[in-house]
Design a binder for this molecule. Structure first.
Ligand code: SAM
Ligand code: SF4
Length: 339
């Protein structure tokens, strides 16, 4: 049975945060110091995550699972979880390209250790990798992530491609005055390496609360900057995918932009999320969470969990209000929710 929200959108994609911890401290996400981590006991076990995912996949026909965090690769034995998730099967009756198969399983990572684990991830059943990379200059990379890891990330991308992830996608958050002068060079990196670059508009989810509209580089500006150098043509409508996509007219690949702030894609949103501590959210910007962990740990049945999820989805709003006077920032920041 599909999960349909009050605005007629069908839920297809579950984003699972496996940890709130991270080995980077990106300025647009975390403060340099002082993050308070969840206690180990608060975090869902792999068995608990697998149970929630199974209910979503087998009961609600969700066909896409995205592992995120925090930095998902800092969670020990991540491949064990991927292996468990890869054994789930989307019902054969589902109207999905994955009907009868394992769901699409993706990982969003800063890629600092990807060079060591890419082959293992592939063997465990991971379908896709999205790497976050915002600068190709070592010093700027260090300024943005507060870690000197650019070389490792670049090597990680290469090894992921060698391991057969195709295409590797690259997420680049663009912040005015920080890395907006690298839009064209990041696009060129994608063209040269076969990585599909997706630029992301800076969202008000930074723990230090320094976000402001002035720091947002809009989709229109990003596309204008790229097409001035590499002419582009827009591809057909994105559907439920968050990125609008453009094709290079010279045939050298595709580039995307995720315009969460200036052109929100809420009307087509098919996503729900579960935080590392088992709180179910129907939007990145929700101010309400539903305590799935309590049901899991108090002897709840699969039906009890499904009922809570259905109830939560029944409260999903039409869309976020970034930039409007009535926008309320969620209490948790990006790494605590799971981006
Ligand atoms: N640590 C992993 C990584 O960085 O890829 C996964 C978690 S991270 C929170 C997921 C994505 O959110 C990354 O692509 C990151 O660049 C993006 N992100 C974090 N804070 C953001 C913000 N304030 N605005 C827009 N994107 C943000
Ligand atoms: Fe860590 Fe990802 Fe947040 Fe950067 S964006 S601090 S890598 S969770």
């Amino acid at each position: 049975m599909e999960l349909v929200d009050p605005f007629g959108r069908t839920v297809r994609d579950l984003r699972i945060s496996v940890t709130d911890r991270c080995n980077f401290r990106c300025t647009y996400c975390m403060p340099a110091e002082g993050m308070v981590w969840l206690d180990r006991s608060e975090i869902l076990s792999f068995e608990e995550i697998e149970r929630v995912a199974r209910i979503c996949v087998e009961h609600f026909e969700v066909d896409s699972l995205r592992l995120t965090g925090g930095e998902p690769t800092v969670r020990a034995h991540l491949t064990v979880l991927i292996d468990k998730l890869s054994k789930l099967r989307v019902p054969t009756t589902a109207s999905s390209e994955f009907a009868g198969k394992q769901p699409d399983i993706a990982l969003t990572t800063n890629a600092s250790t990807l060079r060591n684990i890419a082959y293992e991830l592939k063997a465990a059943g991971l379908s896709r990798i999205n790497v976050s990379l915002d600068s190709l200059h070592r010093e700027r990379f260090e300024q943005m992530t507060r870690r000197d890891e650019l070389e490792n990330v670049l090597e990680g991308i290469k090894v992921a491609q060698d391991a057969g992830f195709s295409p590797v996608k690259l997420n680049a958050v663009i912040e005015r005055g920080m890395n907006d002068d690298e839009i064209v060079s990041l696009a060129a990196f994608g063209r040269d390496t076969g990585v599909e670059v997706r630029f992301i508009e800076f969202m008000p989810l930074d723990a230090s609360e320094e976000w402001g509209m002035k720091k947002v580089v809009s989709q229109d500006e990003i596309v204008a900057a790229i097409s001035a150098v590499y002419p582009l043509e827009q591809m057909s409508a994105r559907g439920a995918a968050p990125a609008d996509r453009w094709r290079y007219l010279d045939g050298r690949g595709v580039v995307g932009v995720i315009p969460s702030v200036t052109k929100p894609f809420c009307a087509d949103c098919d996503r729900v999320r579960i935080t590392a501590d088992g709180q179910f959210r129907t939007c990145l910007f929700s101010t309400t969470e539903f305590d799935v962990r309590a049901v899991l740990r108090n002897g709840g049945t699969d039906d009890d969990i499904a009922t809570l999820i259905r109830h939560a989805v029944g409260t999903k709003w039409a869309g976020h209000q970034i930039g409007h006077v009535n926008f309320i920032r969620p209490k948790r920041s990006m790494s605590q929710i799971g981006g």
